[in-house]
Design a protein around this ligand. Structure first.
Ligand code: SAM
Length: 232
């Protein structure tokens, strides 16, 4: 579901399990059938726009506010506006939040964001004074979203389509990788970064990484994030 609807889907508890709900069109329904071999379709309620907006709530992380374009921005925080679209990273997910919490404690420098999704981490980094910021994703919708969101937030982020597991990785002071643990383990020996913030895995999956020393470990709602420093 995350791959099909990275912009978000609902989990509704029912007596015999959990129901996964996507608000989509006929193209999305076709993708559901293709992947799951079945899906139940219902017309969305007339108030779908209000429900969609109620679903995407802003979050506060330290001095930052991250929210959708229609939400009121507070005067006492740095606003980062992310349009919920076809890319992961509205700011609501614990992995994104944990990465931002680790980022807030670092001195600014250059950044490479490996699996940028909506560009949220890159935009936060740029707002915090990190530069230059390079955002990479293998999904062209994500790269498009990252470019649009960076422009809407008035920050300089270079977003490019790239498979980070196969393409040459640029050197940067800090690498951000909110990606799966197997992908992270594959990436680590190829990274050319002094520091690494990683997430996208369970606390039980966290551990050492080739070429890095472990520095910090945060967990929330069953997810983990870590800060590493290059061993030399
Ligand atoms: C969990 S999302 C993280 C989005 C955002 N950085 C955040 O923290 O909210 C992971 C992203 O990594 C991208 N991704 C997964 N494998 C990749 C690969 N091999 N190369 C480039 N991007 C990849 C996905 O398309 C997705 O946008």
């Amino acid at each position: 579901m995350l791959e099909l609807f990275p912009e978000g889907f609902e989990e509704l508890d029912s007596s015999d399990g959990v129901e996964l709900v996507a608000y989509t069109d006929s193209g999305g329904e076709e993708r559901l059938w293709h992947v799951f071999g079945g899906a139940r379709a219902e017309d969305v309620a007339a108030d779908w726009r209000e429900r969609w907006q109620a679903f995407h709530q802003p979050v506060r992380i330290g001095p930052l506010w991250i929210g959708p374009p229609w939400a009121d921005r507070p005067a006492d925080a740095t606003p980062i506006v992310i349009e919920p679209a076809r890319a992961f990273g509205t700011g609501a997910h614990p992995t994104t939040q944990l990465c931002i919490e680790l980022l807030l404690d670092l001195e600014p420098g250059s950044v490479v964001d490996l699996g940028c999704g909506s560009g949220v981490l890159s935009i936060v980094a740029a707002k915090l004074g990190f530069a230059p910021v390079l955002a990479l994703d293998s999904d062209e919708h994500a790269v498009e979203a990252a470019r649009t969101n960076a422009a809407a937030n008035g920050v300089a982020v270079e977003a490019r389509v790239a498979d980070v597991l196969t393409s040459r990785l640029s050197a940067a002071d800090l690498a951000l990788a909110n990606i799966t643990r197997p992908a992270l383990e594959e990436l680590a020996p190829r990274l050319r970064s002094r520091r690494l913030i990683s997430s996208g895995y369970l606390p039980t999956d966290a551990g050492g990484l080739e070429g890095f020393r472990h520095r910090r470990h945060l967990t929330r709602d069953g997810w983990a994030a870590d800060l590493y420093e290059a061993a030399q």
